[in-house]
Every structure is written in C-alpha cells, then in structure tokens.
Write a protein that binds this ligand. Sequence first.
Ligand code: ZN
Length: 339
Amino acid sequence: MISRYDRQTRVKEIGEAGQAKIAASVAVVAGLGALGTAAANLLARAGVGTLRLVDRDFVERSNLQRQTLYDEDDAARSLPKAEAAVEHLKRVNSEIRYEPIVEDIHPGNVERIIAGATVVVDGLDNFHARAVVNEACVKHGVPWVYGAGLATYGSSATIVPGATACLHCVMPAAALEATLPITCETVGVLGPVTSLVAAWQAAEALKIMVGAQAQVCRHLVHFELWANEVAMLPAMRADDCEVCVKRRFALLESGDRLMTTSLCGRDVVQVVPPPSFKLDLDLLRDTLSRSLELQENGHLLRFRADDHDMVVFPDGRAMVFGTADSRQALSLYGKYVGG
Ligand SMILES: [Zn+2]
C-alpha cells in the first residue's frame, strides 16, 4: 500500500527521514482564525505528530469566508473553534494526536501552552498576544512563525531564538499595539491573502520540524496581492533587544491578565477573570436558568440579559456583546457570572 505521505516523502528535502521527524514533532497553532485554520489543515495533512490547537473564540457566520476549516453547521452550533477544528481535522487525518485548548493566550498560560513544542505557528489577531508568544518562545528556545493578513496584504517572519531576529527586534512597539484601530473588522481581509500567508508559515514550520533551520527565511516577507508586489524586508537582530539579547521578559513577569479587552474592533468586550477565579459552569447554568433563557452546547453558555448577549466559557471568560465599554462589561459580568 502506498503511504499517505508518498508525495511528500518523494520531495528530496523531506524524504523518509524528514517524515519521521515531522511525525515526532509537536506544532502549536496559536489562534484558529483564517491563518490558523489554513495552517492547521496543511500541518495535519503533512502528518505532524501532535497538533495543539488554541483559540478563545467560537465559530461565527462571518468567519466562513476565509476560515477554511469551519462550515455553516459549526456557526449554527456556536462551537468553540478549537473543538470544531479538531472535529474536521480528525476526518482528514485520524492518525495524529490533537490537543484542543479553548483559552485566551496570556502571560499566565503561554508557557504551558508552548511547553514541549517543536514550533509555534502564529494565527493570532493582535500584537499584544504575539508579543507574549514572542517572549515565551525566546525564553524557552522554541521557534515560531509570525503571520498576519489584512485587506489585500499579508506578511510573515520566522523567529528562531538565538539565530534570527525576534519579533521585538523587528517591531519593538508591538506589545503596545493591543488595540490597533485597523483590524480585519474595519478594513476586511481577502481569503486568498490569509491562505497565502498561512501556506508560507506552514512551509517554514515544516523546515523547522525536519531540522532545516538554515533554510528558514531570514527576512520579513510582505505580499500585496492587489498591487502584485512581493517584498523581502531586512529583519535585523537588534544589538540591545530587551527580549532576545537582554532576556528581559517584561510581559511574562508582569503576570498580569487583562481584565477586559475589546475584541478586534467589534462591539464586544471580553472579560478575563484572574487565575484564582474558578467558575462552576454547572452551578452557573442552574442559577441563571431560573430567570433567563439559556443556550448551551457543552462548551459554552449563551444568554441575553439587560439587553446584552453574553457568552461564558468553562475557563470563566465571558464575552459581552453590544458594548465597547469595559466598565459596563465588568458590571454585567459581576452581576451574572460572579467574581
Ligand atoms: Zn529580539
């Protein structure tokens, strides 16, 4: 019988030896939006031994234009993206291991999430979270592949700690850009842009997994699909980089968890409880069901209260819709969820 990886092992850069290394690898896909779903699909088909799939969000109809692992049924069921992704990928490749994680990546959990990883692929939607991933990956020597797409353009960079520039070398202010007003919700994004960037990221991840570190791209690559431009911009290591030279991990050491974040320019506030807060979702369901109509799917609880839709996850996070006011969101959270 011909191996399912036959066409891949025929590529001399991979071969049987490379395939064995891919099978022994752990790839973390951080964020399962457009980039993350496209990259996870390629990596599952390529036979990555363990795929750890991380996302805080659930599937919505407006995701389907570019987030290539999901379908209308997932959106109708409001499935968490990590669970929906695993459901689909198991039908693509049932011979590898999947680890879905329905969590927001923050300084308090990032080191656990990347533990033991061969490579991390960036599918995140904000620079603050990327800066957190950068610190954790540099601290633990885990290579990661940055990627982003917006409107008609996208970019990627491969970060091998100790060998290449890190994200902080290239974009020192990235950690501050938690609330960039330009997001895919305000200017949109083309599906081909995100699929192209994700394919580039997946190729970089495969190089890292087979040990072809010398072959990774040392530039910041930029694609502009409408103007037909591809640029390779220098990504120089900064001599005085706080993160990869001085090894000061300010975000990790702050241990701070944002109590609220506005999500990607939408009229939604996410409330993240402190690590000490433990939510009893069953108890919450019983309590709320006395006065409110609840929807649930085993992964989250959804209800409408005080003219706002709210979604609560088992880790205690909640999304409050119909507001951009963090104080109002915290007040609704306090009233209906607790803390
Ligand atoms: Zn650096």
